[in-house]
Ligand binder design. Structure first.
Ligand code: CS2
Length: 489
């Protein structure tokens, strides 16, 4: 069977949507760092729809910082890929807005050239939580190995921050207008944090460059949402039988999608607002609700579900004890912690999310969500604990989720998914050995991760609750420990 590419596009059944604008005439105006599935299913699609509607040179140069696989696949397919939208009636479309793909490890100079080109006006990023190299207090971790490397070798950066600052320096030197950089990661105040990381890095290099970035570069905050399970063989086979061509860069996602961008955009941007992107002055309400309701529920289902032997989000949300536990946590601990809701009814929002989790067409593995818990738990679960602590209450369910994550990482289930945590794995031997007495082990593990910010870790009640629950999970198993949790409130 043939591969999806410009030449085979005409062989694909006519009812499958494809680019309706002139790809050949659409030049690159956006560089995206992090060419993963989420970007291909979300920001790329919004941009393609905007170009299809109102035109503009907003082709995308997709940059993978490390991995070659997707870049090669996109190159082999002339940038084309299939998006499978999995809802009641799954549909495929071919997306063509990616005009160029680069693996930064192989061609760092080419990435810097693109980032510093006059035609490039916007950089979008999905580099995951850990890509920002932040400390638990939210500042740039200048001791981070990649950051140290980039400070020493600025022409061959490894980190996104290294690339962005190097590009800013080139643009400043060549007097090319500054970029707009839009972080699209599930990080609270992601634009502010990206700005602080870039300015923090530039300060190590040159005070004038740091001032230029702080004053001239635009970092809108943004919130992104669309559930995007990793591709699997079943879905790939369905896509191939629908399109009649092989696609090594295909992605799947649910139909729902949302993108909210802080209203700090220059005039010359894709016609995003005309295709459903919400552009508003204050996005904090959207972002907080997304992180502490949707993402908090996801992470809770992931650790509790995996420890209970479950595989997918759909299975976990249909499993009554888990559904009850997570629902109680959202109602009693997440929703009260929301600062304000800007027209959003949090209970309705939660009930819509449950329906999205129940989507039978999406095979969203809990293992995928469990990755990099050390980066996700502080953003998704700690705000619940922090809010309750301010009212002298212990958010017991949130603490239980933290305990489940610690248990999952330190005593992985004998069968099934093993923990993947890039950051914790680098700590390796500096994490305490599990031969210490359990209580001491758990406490020193918490301390050694550097993940627990002082405002949480210094409160004995919270520490005790987490430790108590890790021990309970070890001794009684996840379900008994979870059922007994209400007795200790
Ligand atoms: C998930 C998110 O993998 C995860 O951690 O919680 O990727 C989630 O699916 C998206 O944020 C939904 O927009």
């Amino acid at each position: 069977m043939t591969r999806l590419c410009e030449q085979t596009l005409a062989t694909i059944p006519a009812d499958i949507a494809r680019p309706t604008y002139d790809r050949g005439q659409t030049a690159v105006g956006i560089v995206h760092l992090g060419a993963g599935a989420f970007f291909r299913g979300h920001q790329a699609v919004y941009t393609e729809d905007a170009v299809a509607r109102e035109g503009g040179n907003w082709g995308i140069c997709a940059v993978a910082l490390h991995s070659r696989g997707t870049v090669q696949a996109l190159r082999d397919q002339n940038g084309l890929y299939t998006l499978a939208i999995c809802d009641q009636r799954p549909v495929c479309r071919i997306v063509g807005i990616i005009k160029e793909a680069i693996c930064a490890t192989d061609e760092p100079g080419r990435v810097l050239q693109r980032l510093s080109a006059r035609e490039t006006k916007i950089v979008t990023l999905t580099i995951t939580e850990k890509g920002y190299a932040l400390t638990s207090e939210g500042r740039l971790d200048v001791t981070h190995a990649d950051i140290q490397h980039d400070l020493q070798t600025p022409q061959r950066p490894k980190s996104a921050i290294g690339y962005l600052v190097a590009a800013c320096r080139l643009r400043q030197q060549r007097e090319i207008p500054p970029l707009t950089m839009i972080s699209c990661d599930n990080v609270s105040s992601n634009g502010d944090k990206l700005r602080s990381a870039c300015v923090g890095y530039a300060k190590q290099v040159d005070a004038d460059l740091a001032r230029y970035i702080a004053e001239r570069v635009n970092f809108p905050n943004s919130m992104v949402d669309s559930i995007t399970p990793a591709m699997d063989d079943d879905m790939l086979a369905k896509i191939t039988s629908t399109t009649g061509v092989i696609d090594h860069a295909a992605v799947q996602r649910e139909e729902f999608k949302q993108w909210v961008i802080e209203d700090k955009l220059p005039e010359d941007v894709p016609a995003w607002a005309s295709v459903g992107v919400i552009i508003c002055t204050d996005i904090a309400a959207y972002e907080q609700a997304k992180l502490t309701i949707l993402n908090a529920a996801h992470s809770s289902l992931a650790y509790l579900g995996l420890l209970a032997g479950l595989d997918t989000v759909e299975e976990a949300i249909h499993f009554a004890p888990l559904r009850r536990f997570v629902g109680d946590m959202i109602i009693a601990e997440s929703i009260p912690a929301l600062d304000y809701c800007q027209g959003l009814d949090p209970r309705t929002y939660w009930s819509q999310i449950q329906t999205r989790f129940e989507n039978p067409e999406l095979r969203h593995r809990l293992a995928q969500i469990s990755h990099d818990g050390s980066q996700k738990i502080p953003l998704r679960i700690f705000p619940l604990i922090r809010f309750a602590a301010q009212h002298d209450i212990v958010a017991v369910r949130a603490c239980f989720v933290v305990a489940a994550w610690i248990h999952f990482y330190t005593v992985p289930p004998a069968h099934g998914s093993k923990p993947v945590d890039g950051y914790l794995d680098t700590l390796g031997t500096s994490l305490p050995s599990s031969e210490l007495a359990p209580k001491a082990h758990i406490e020193s593990f918490m301390r050694a991760t550097g993940v627990f910010s002082e405002d949480i870790f210094s409160l004995p009640k919270i520490r005790k609750t987490i430790v108590y629950n890790v021990e309970a999970i070890s001794a009684k198993g996840i379900l008994t420990a979870m059922n007994e949790i209400s007795l200790h409130e």
